[in-house]
Structures are given as structure tokens and as C-alpha cells.
Design a protein around this ligand. Structure first.
Ligand code: NAD
Ligand code: MG
Length: 391
């Protein structure tokens, strides 16, 4: 029995990562206590989670959602707070030891940053935080003695394969694996006709809609390349993207002596989540054991940047630096939403992203306010292009 359970805030509790996090927490009631949960659209699921985990606070987007939640759980003692300020408060509250940042997209940035500034253990699933504001977030972690643990499976794997002494002594490069997504072997003609349903049906992982489309376009791998550069302090040239369709190896680190160290596991996010929750210890996660007797082939291939231009765009964005990754991320959030709403085709995601990327001049990153306005500008530019296609 652990004398002092770890108090956790789960941001984005109703999403794919949020639900998996609560599933792991539930297996270890002696180790973890839920301090706060946040939800956005699925208020009835949030109500169920509140009944089960009895958090001190729940955060919803607005007063209407608060009323809807209250009506579902009229006798609950959980305090309900609202909006971005509510998210920031539960990410930085003095009672909290660890924050699972599992909101999707730019919307997760301010709360991730708040957790880092408050010196928390930050379990970062929200990769967009690092893509948009890598410099600000890494500075906040360092300056406030926060602990940043990557939950994205590839980065969690890389973290596990890095030298135990810390630092990067002897590291030659990072091998970032990619499943290649559901359209790995599609021609350009076939890609032009794919539907949102096909795009969200990932062959190996069950995930939220936005990251599923990003996986299909390889934008997810592009965002992850940027994420890896910030987390492990390497330039893009030191990150090799390797297509590995079976998603058994979650990523690798190549050393100067010729060794390559990999982390393997079933494609189940509960493994990296459990690793982050219990670090530096290990706890059971509910992930199925990797069945070596059934594992036939592990294959590897090169990514194709012609059919999947989003990967190239992300590499360019990181090379240029400054606000360019934030511009690309904002354009992509708009174009992916437009694709899911059937306003544009699949290949237009990359076209719109590239046009916005070229349209907005680069500048150095100075502040969160600046990034907020860059995000707005890039969204507006992308929306204009979506409307043009959609006429
Ligand atoms: P999801 O869509 O399933 O869940 C997103 C969560 O964020 C939900 O709780 C939703 O209510 C909340 N949310 C959405 N918009 C919001 C807003 N504007 N303000 C506040 N809350 C909002 O997404 P997911 O698949 O769980 O992914 C979450 C994050 O984790 C993403 O950044 C994704 O890239 C990353 N990630 C996910 C996986 C995975 O397997 N699902 C793997 C690696 C990384
Ligand atoms: Mg990943």
C-alpha cells in the first residue's frame, strides 16, 4: 500500500488517451487518485467518469455544458469549472502531482504550459503543444523543475532506449517508426478518392479522429519528428523515419558503436501511459503480452514523401524553425476538420497546408501571445482555401 497516492489531473479524459489513462489508474487504486477530469463534447461520458472516480474538480467548455453535467449528476460533490481558465487551474493546482495532457490539438497548449510552469510531472500526449511551442514548453519545464514524460508511443520508446545516464552520450540518431497508415500502398489516384471512414480506420491503433487522419497523411509522423527534435534536443537530420507496418517496434535509438536499441510491445497506448504514470517504476497496464510465437514478420521500408507530402512539409517547418511549425499545425487542424466534414478531398489536406505554410512569413518565436495570433492567422488563411475548394 502506497502511503501517498499520486494526485492526477486528466485533461481530455473522455478521449481515446484519456479513457486509456483512467483504465490504467483503475488497476492501481492504491497508487493513484484522480484530482480533476476534463471533457469537451461527450458530457455524458464525463458524468460516468465523475461517478466512478469522484474527482474534486471537473472542467467543461462552457456554462451550457456545466448545466448539462449538473443535470446528469445532481448530487455529486465534484466542483465544476469552465473553459480554458478552468483547465489551467486544474493543471497547476497545488494538490496535483501529475498532469496527463491528452486534449487534442492547439487547444491543449495553454494547460500543458501551465502544468510545466507549476513544476508538475507532465505526461504529454498532446504532441501539438511541442510542435507549436517547443521552445517555450521546454524552457518552462527546465526553469520550473517540471518533469516531462512523453506518452506518444514512439517518443516513449525513444525515452526508454536513451542512455540510462541521461544526456545523449554516444547517440548517433533516432529511428522514428511509422506504420504508414491505412493508405501505405495507395497510388496518388487512389489517395485522391479516399473517404473519412477509410482514413480513420487505422490498421493497428484505435485513436481519436484527428490523429487517425494525421496518421493516414503521415502528418502525424511529421508532427512526431518535430516533437522528437524538442524532446531529445536533436536536429531533424538526426531523425530517420522508418516505415514499419506491424507497429511492434515503437521506435529505436542508433548508437555510434553500431548498436541499435528498440522498445517493442503490443500496439496499446496503456503501455506508454503506465510507464509515464509510474516512472521510474513499472506497473501492469492491461496491455496484452507480445506473442512472439505468432509474430511472423517485422518489415521496414522508406517513407514516400511524394505521395505523403505532409511529412516533407513538417521536416521543412522544423528546418526553418521559428513560427513555421505553428503555422503548419494550425493549417493542418483546419484542413483535417474540413476533410472529416467532407468539404475537401484527402490530397487537398497537404495542398492547403503547403499553401498556408508558404503564405505566412517566418518569424522567431517570442511569446505565447504571439503564437496565439500566428495560430489564428494561419487558421484564417487555411479556412479561406477550404472555402475556395468547397464552392
Ligand atoms: P480524442 O479526440 O479521442 O480526445 C480528445 C480529448 O480532448 C477529448 O476528451 C475531448 O473532449 C477533448 N477536447 C477536444 N477539443 C477540445 C478543446 N477545444 N478544448 C478542450 N478539450 C478538448 O483524441 P486522442 O486520440 O485521445 O488524442 C489526444 C492527444 O493525444 C492528441 O494530441 C494526440 O495526437 C495524442 N496522441 C494520441 C494517441 C492515441 O492513440 N489516441 C497516441 C499518441 C498521441
Ligand atoms: Mg505516435
Amino acid at each position: 500500500m502506497n502511503a501517498n497516492p499520486i494526485n492526477i489531473t486528466v485533461l481530455g479524459a473522455t478521449g481515446s488517451i484519456g479513457c486509456s489513462t483512467l483504465d490504467v489508474i483503475k488497476r492501481h487504486p492504491d497508487k493513484f487518485r484522480v484530482f480533476a477530469l476534463s471533457g469537451f463534447q461527450n458530457i455524458s461520458l464525463l458524468a460516468e467518469q465523475i461517478v466512478e472516480f469522484q474527482p474534486a474538480v471537473a472542467v467543461v467548455p462552457n456554462n451550457q455544458a456545466r448545466d448539462a453535467l449538473k443535470a446528469l449528476i445532481p448530487n455529486s460533490k465534484t466542483e465544476i469549472s469552465v473553459g480554458e481558465q478552468g483547465l489551467i487551474e486544474v493543471a497547476s493546482a497545488s494538490e496535483v502531482d501529475a498532469v496527463m495532457a491528452a486534449i487534442v490539438g492547439f487547444a491543449g497548449l495553454s494547460s500543458s504550459l501551465a502544468a510545466a510552469k507549476a513544476g508538475k510531472k507532465l505526461l504529454l500526449a498532446n504532441k501539438e503543444s511541442l510542435v507549436v511551442a517547443g521552445a517555450l514548453l521546454m524552457d518552462a519545464v527546465r526553469d520550473n523543475d517540471a518533469q516531462l514524460l512523453p506518452i506518444d508511443s514512439e517518443h516513449n520508446a525513444i525515452f526508454q532506449c536513451m542512455p540510462p545516464s541521461g544526456g545523449d552520450a554516444g547517440v548517433e540518431s533516432i529511428l522514428l517508426t511509422a506504420s504508414g497508415g491505412p493508405f501505405r500502398s495507395f497510388s496518388l489516384e487512389q489517395l485522391a478518392g479516399v473517404t473519412p471512414e477509410q482514413a480513420v480506420a487505422h490498421p493497428n491503433w484505435s485513436m481519436g479522429q484527428k490523429i487517425s487522419v494525421d496518421s493516414a497523411s503521415l502528418m502525424n509522423k511529421g508532427l512526431e519528428l518535430i516533437e522528437a527534435c524538442w524532446l531529445f534536443n536533436v536536429p531533424p537530420s538526426k531523425v530517420e523515419v522508418v516505415v514499419h507496418p506491424q507497429s511492434v517496434i515503437h521506435s529505436m535509438v542508433r548508437y555510434v558503436d553500431g548498436s541499435v536499441i528498440s522498445q517493442m510491445g503490443a500496439p496499446d497506448m496503456r503501455t506508454p501511459i503506465a510507464y509515464g504514470l509510474a516512472y521510474p517504476e513499472r506497473i501492469s497496464s492491461g496491455s496484452p503480452a507480445l506473442a512472439f510465437d505468432q509474430m511472423l514478420n517485422l518489415t521496414f521500408d522508406q517513407p514516400d514523401r511524394t505521395r505523403f507530402p505532409c511529412l516533407r512539409l513538417a521536416e521543412e517547418a522544423m528546418d526553418v524553425g521559428g513560427i513555421q511549425p505553428a503555422v503548419l499545425n494550425a493549417a493542418n487542424e483546419i484542413s483535417v476538420a474540413a476533410f472529416l466534414d467532407r468539404h475537401i478531398g484527402f490530397m487537398e489536406i497537404a495542398q492547403i497546408n503547403e499553401q498556408v505554410f508558404n503564405e505566412i512569413k517566418t518569424e522567431a518565436v517570442e511569446s505565447l501571445d504571439q503564437l496565439m495570433s500566428v495560430d489564428q492567422r494561419a487558421r484564417a488563411a487555411a479556412l479561406k482555401l477550404v472555402n475556395k475548394v468547397n464552392k
